[in-house]
Design a protein around this ligand. Structure first.
Ligand code: COA
Length: 284
């Protein structure tokens, strides 16, 4: 098991841990947090480390040193903009290199989005300014997104003659087929009102200063849910996303899942705590 005293050492991304919440902040302000190779690698390291320290994955609230395991992850960006997308220099250079190098570069991006999408913690994005291309991909991978009023989001790749393919599955799952297809073709920026309407973000606040306050409300809500229930909700959803068998099989699968949850330590604790009129052991 990873040591709490040994988090990844990073330069372009900040990692801060407070109790069971980790704060991941993009910090390449001069390029509006455009995702270059170093930043992508640092984010991947952080997502891997924080995943291993998640309460949901370990099925326990604290490690052997009494340090809390993680239950929520907040991703945000320093400066005027949340994220100007993948670094355009990086993509041009990769495209001009050998097919193997080009693919390796895309694989790095793929790992980034997949590791945020499948992160066992509840993930919250706090965004201001723009979230373009890969920046839009990052928020599509989050479970809850709060945006400032002035936010602009775009699957802008089409304007550069490329496509939102690596981020595609996550945006598609968040918005649905028609909306993903339209935004990929249109490639122009949508405002916070449209983002809220189509489900790209969950909440809109006035200013950047209001983002933290909005996150406190949802954090409190999530900390009253069972940590394993939160993590397993993602696995359950993924099963539905991938379901290829008939409805009979689907019903069997959900019955098994329901029985497993009821019989788990967490399920027993949650059900008993309700009946005994006391808070469950995970509630802060
Ligand atoms: N990759 C690399 N560098 C980027 C970048 C990106 N995705 N986005 C911005 N930058 C750099 C600019 O080249 C510029 O660098 P410089 O200071 O060395 O010239 C710096 O960040 C500031 O950007 P600039 O365009 O001058 O600022 P602006 O306020 O006029 O516009 C943005 C800001 C983010 C709206 C604009 O830069 C933009 O549209 N970027 C492209 C975003 C995009 O299409 N991303 C999707 C990639 S798939």
């Amino acid at each position: 098991m990873e040591n709490m005293q040994n988090p990844p050492q990073t330069e372009l991304v900040e990692l801060q841990i407070e109790g069971s919440t980790c704060y991941v902040t993009l910090n390449r302000q001069d390029k509006f947090n455009a995702l270059n190779v170093q930043m992508i690698s640092e984010l991947c390291e952080i997502f891997e480390w924080t995943s291993k320290r998640s309460a949901g994955r370990n099925n326990i609230l604290q490690d052997s040193d009494g340090q809390e395991y993680l239950r929520t992850l907040i991703i945000s960006g320093h400066g005027k903009h949340f994220c100007a997308g993948a670094d355009i220099n990086m993509m041009r250079d990769a495209g001009a290199q050998s097919a193997e190098e080009n693919r390796k570069d895309s694989e790095r991006l793929d790992q980034l989005f997949n590791s945020l999408w499948s992160h066992p913690c509840f993930t919250i994005g706090l965004i201001q300014g723009v979230a373009l291309g890969g920046g839009a991909g990052l928020i599509a991978c989050c479970d809850y997104v709060v945006a400032t009023e002035n936010v602009k989001i775009a699957l802008s790749e089409g304007k550069l003659g490329i496509l939102p393919a690596v981020i595609g599955p996550y945006v598609y799952r968040r918005l649905g087929s028609a909306c993903f297809r339209r935004l990929a073709m249109q490639a122009s920026r949508i405002d916070s009102e449209e983002a809220l309407r189509i489900g790209f973000v969950e909440k809109v606040v006035k200013d950047k200063e209001d983002l933290q306050d909005a996150s406190v409300v949802i954090l409190e809500e999530i900390l009253s849910s069972g940590p394993s229930a939160v993590s397993l909700a993602k696995e359950l959803t993924l099963e539905f996303d991938h379901w290829a068998l008939d409805d009979e099989e689907l019903r069997k699968f959900t019955l098994d899942f329901t029985s497993k949850m009821r019989g788990s330590d967490e399920g027993q604790e949650g059900l008993s705590s309700f009946l005994e009129k006391r808070p469950p052991n995970w509630k802060k």
